[in-house]
Design a protein around this ligand. Structure first.
Ligand code: SAM
Length: 250
């Protein structure tokens, strides 16, 4: 998968060199290219923002550098990047970023990220590229960050771990919170490792029983309890047909 990020803070994306994403890059599973938006400015101050039409506080990112940058990046695509680049625009007014959306984005061969600063990017840029490619306006949560770079890191990590071969154990994301399957719409329950006793605290006996059916039942019950406690909205959204007798007993 190819990922391009156009930003006024290229150094903010340095974490893309470490851990899971860094290793995926080193293995050639991810081709990440970070671009400085100011390279597409033509004045002495490398200006990327201006005052908003209609007045009001803050500044708005100018359309010209974004247009030139996006044209240059999109024109650099080769057949290997696939026919369908998608533009991802982080914004608090976008659709919520969910595991389902991470899965959808992980199917795309090429993502181009346009993280903004100030009050965002002149709307005409999104409208212009929306006519040529799929544009995803995405919010990573109901709060406002100073810029979209942190959102790019979040989205990239969630997408990268879904790519074939990126996680050491391909099974591990199938049991995650929000993963489709037997535990769809439930959060993952608690997990334990060795030693069997720590500061007088032991682990649930069932986990060392060797009884796979009982372990699966315990995991589902714990997932159900945790979801009901921390995210009752998720339980309300569940298809009642997906509940079994054991769930109803909780
Ligand atoms: N005035 C904008 C609003 O209220 O919608 C907020 C602009 S914010 C200060 C600057 C940039 O940070 C946004 O354009 C976006 O790129 C990024 N950003 C802030 N919060 C975000 C969020 N929750 N999800 C994704 N991106 C976010």
């Amino acid at each position: 998968m190819r990922l391009d990020v156009i930003t006024i803070f290229p150094e903010y994306l340095e974490p893309l060199n470490v851990s899971l994403v860094g290793k995926a890059r080193a293995r050639g599973q991810l081709d990440v290219r970070v671009h400085d938006l100011r390279e597409w400015t033509h004045d002495r101050h490398n200006t990327v923002d201006d005052t908003p039409y209609g007045g009001g506080p803050g500044m708005v990112m100018k359309p010209e550098p974004w247009g030139e940058a996006l044209d240059a990046v999109l024109d650099s695509g080769t057949e290997r990047d696939g026919a369908g680049p998608a533009l991802v625009v982080p914004t608090p007014s976008g659709r919520p970023f969910t595991q389902a959306l991470a899965m959808e984005l992980s199917e795309r061969p090429w993502l181009v990220f346009a993280p903004a600063r100030y009050e965002g990017i002149d709307r005409r840029v999104i409208d212009e590229y929306g006519q040529r490619l799929d544009v995803y306006e995405v919010s990573i949560g109901d709060y406002v960050l100073a810029g979209g770079e942190a959102a790019v890191l979040v989205i990239t990590e969630a997408v990268a771990r879904l790519l074939p071969g990126v996680l050491g154990n391909a099974e591990s994301h199938r049991d995650d919170s929000f993963a489709p399957g037997a535990m769809a719409d439930l959060l993952e329950g608690p997990v334990y490792t060795k030693p069997p006793e720590w500061r007088g605290r032991t682990i649930p006996d069932v986990l060392v029983s060797g009884h796979h059916g009982k372990i699966a039942r315990w995991r589902r019950d714990e997932a159900f309890r945790r979801t009901a406690s921390n995210r009752p909205d998720l339980i309300e959204r569940c298809d009642p047909a997906s509940f079994d007798k054991g769930d109803r007993a909780i």
